[in-house]
Design a protein around this ligand. Structure first.
Ligand code: GLN
Length: 591
């Protein structure tokens, strides 16, 4: 049953009762338990990493888990948000544009998520207003409580039905005290009331300040934050205290006293050297067991599955620690100062690097002032480059200059979406002789619009949700690099977020110049992967898709694996060259 059918099956709105506890068809009360994570004191504490790590601990025990992110903002999705302010837009296979935390969940849980796992206030209100227009509230005045909060509960229960989850993990964006989040918190209170005892575990993530001038940990800010939660009618069962250092017993005692949480349920979640160590840190502290006890699901656990899952994960962590080599990858980006806007790329490089036994050092390159003349110098110290996704004109000529340098000098190249389009433009101009070739996104009057707006996009107006979005199948041309990287699979699937594409009218010309289109859409002439043959260049690949969104710690994405392998080779050659050069210099000065 899909979400719409489920909605129409909700029939318990009547004018005879104040209760509004909508249960989608197929919902089995008691089957699904809920872990609800609230943030207090401040945002940016790593709530997503914490929640996903806790969810992973339970998943490792053989439980089915389903994360849900609730966002207070009124945007209908995250597509119109500036990644500079908000971090990258994470695109799900079904095309939903979400908050970057969904990426954290997909990676941690190695699970593809859908729009059912993400709700914003914009979506909730749209659904309420749609129902109101259809008369679904039967003459009632539509209120924040119970109707808007009811809609939140419907979202959670829908997710429970569709995923048949043992535990739904709810993460509420922002912090307790944000006006936007107030009704989410109220909805959680109602949920626990309706679902009954042992159904919901409330976890408050808080922060322990240690001002350097005092040299001790202070708990007042945390106490006040938790008080707000209590005032909203939520008694937390567990406190997870973030902080630089392990939280002292004294501070934990104080928090326990002020918030009615037993001290054994007040956990220190201090900084860790790597996010991949957090699941084991939670387990070590006993947080997973505390949740299981609270929810009374001891009988659903499979300890043998936990041993195997932990082993595989710990092998991965061990490989990060024992990696000996280092490569440097340059990322040419507009948002160079904000790592969150490229989170998935950074993770994809880390997954591939770990697999290949190396650390990937990222060099951020602002391309605004780079030219053909300076590109060589700018890229002298890197072993490979990535031109990531992007919009608008800033820095594009510099990116094209970097791609030219990479192409002509055997420097490994991976182009992601915009980077694919830039590679086509560079090739058209400098190899195929199409002077001033460009994308119409950058130059409306270009004589050779090798990249142009997709025909299907031409009719769409407005900024939100107007791109070619989500997972699409792709046919892979046999005996190409892409084909080898994907282990000979004839068809693969990648995720997209774009409006422009290669104009089919230039394909023949580009191919005649030596460019190979090794990935294509099955039904339309949409070029999705390009490459140069290995005889010409060791690794020059671009894709119209966003492969970074699909990389997982234990299943690195093939195009990133290819880049890292090529960069390792390049780094060997670079070091040999440097050694040779300093040898010649030393010989000369000895003379
Ligand atoms: N601006 C380009 C387009 O819309 C590329 C988009 C992207 O890199 N995500 O097609």
């Amino acid at each position: 049953m899909d979400a719409e059918q489920m909605l129409s099956s909700l029939s318990n709105v009547t004018d005879e009762t104040e209760f509004y506890a909508p249960m989608p068809a197929g919902y089995k009360p008691g089957k699904t338990k809920y872990v609800i994570v609230f943030g207090t004191v401040m945002s940016g504490l790593g709530k997503g990493i914490f929640s996903s790590s806790l969810a992973k601990c339970l998943q490792d025990k053989g439980l089915t888990v389903a994360p849900m992110k609730l966002e207070g903002y009124l945007n209908v999705d995250s597509g119109t948000l500036n990644p500079y302010r908000h971090g990258e837009v994470f695109v799900l296979d079904d095309g939903m544009e979400t908050d970057m935390d969904l990426g954290t969940y997909e990676r941690m849980l190695d699970q593809d998520l859908s729009r059912l796992h993400f709700a914003t206030s914009g979506q909730i209100f749209t659904r309420v207003l749609d129902k109101e227009r259809k008369g679904s509230y039967l003459g009632r005045d539509v209120q924040m409580i119970p109707h808007v909060t009811g809609e939140v509960k419907i979202k959670l229960r829908e997710l429970a039905v569709v995923t048949d989850a043992d535990v739904v993990f709810v993460e509420i964006g922002g912090t307790v005290g944000d006006v936007e989040n107030a009704y989410f918190i109220e909805a959680m209170r109602e949920l626990a009331f309706e679902e009954g005892p042992d159904s919901c575990a409330f976890v408050a993530l808080t922060y322990i300040i240690s001002p350097p001038m005092l040299g001790e940990q202070k708990s007042k800010a945390a106490q006040l934050g938790i008080k707000r939660l209590l005032a909203a009618g939520i008694q937390p069962h567990i406190l997870a205290c973030r902080g630089r250092e392990p939280v002292s017993h004294k501070v934990r005692e104080k928090l326990a006293l002020y918030s009615n949480v037993r001290i054994e349920n007040v956990f220190s979640m201090h900084d860790s050297e790597s996010i991949y160590l957090i699941p084991d840190m939670l387990r070590g502290a006993g947080l997973d067991e505390a949740v299981i006890k609270l929810l009374k699901i001891e009988d659903r656990i499979h300890p043998e599955s936990e041993t195997a899952a932990r082993q595989a994960w710990n092998d991965f962590v061990q490989r990060i620690r024992s990696a000996k080599r280092e490569i440097r990858i340059g990322i040419m980006g507009k948002y160079t100062s904000v790592r969150d806007s490229y989170a998935s790329i950074i993770h994809a490089l880390e997954h591939a690097g770990t697999n290949q036994g190396c650390h990937v050092q990222i060099e951020w390159v602002d391309t605004t002032d780079v030219t053909d003349e300076t590109a060589g110098q700018v890229l002298a110290h890197v072993d490979g480059i990535i031109v990531p996704g992007g919009f608008g004109i800033r820095g594009t000529e510099g990116k094209i200059a970097c791609i030219k340098h990479a192409r002509e000098n055997g420097l490994p190249y991976l182009g992601l979406c915009y980077g694919f389009q830039m590679a086509v433009i560079e090739f058209a101009r400098n190899v195929c002789g199409l002077e001033d070739a460009n994308s119409t996104e950058l130059d409306q009057d270009t004589p050779h619009a090798v990249i142009d707006i997709l025909p299907e996009q031409k009719q769409i107006e407005g900024l939100g949700g107007n791109m070619r979005l989500g997972g699409r199948d792709m046919l892979i041309k046999p005996n190409t690099q892409a084909w080898r990287l994907f282990n000979g699979a004839p068809e693969i699937r990648m995720r997209f977020r774009h409006r422009y594409e290669v104009d089919p009218k230039y394909i023949e010309r580009l191919e005649a110049g030596g460019m190979v289109f090794s990935g294509k859409a099955p039904d339309y002439p949409i070029m999705q992967i390009l490459e140069l043959p290995v005889e010409v260049h060791p690794y020059f690949i671009g894709t119209q898709a966003h492969p970074e969104l699909q990389s997982r710690p234990l299943r690195p994405q093939p195009l990133f694996m290819g880049l890292v392998r090529a960069a390792l080779d390049y780094s060997d050659r670079r070091q040999e060259r440097t050694a040779r050069q300093s040898g010649t210099k030393a010989a000369k000065s000895a003379k």
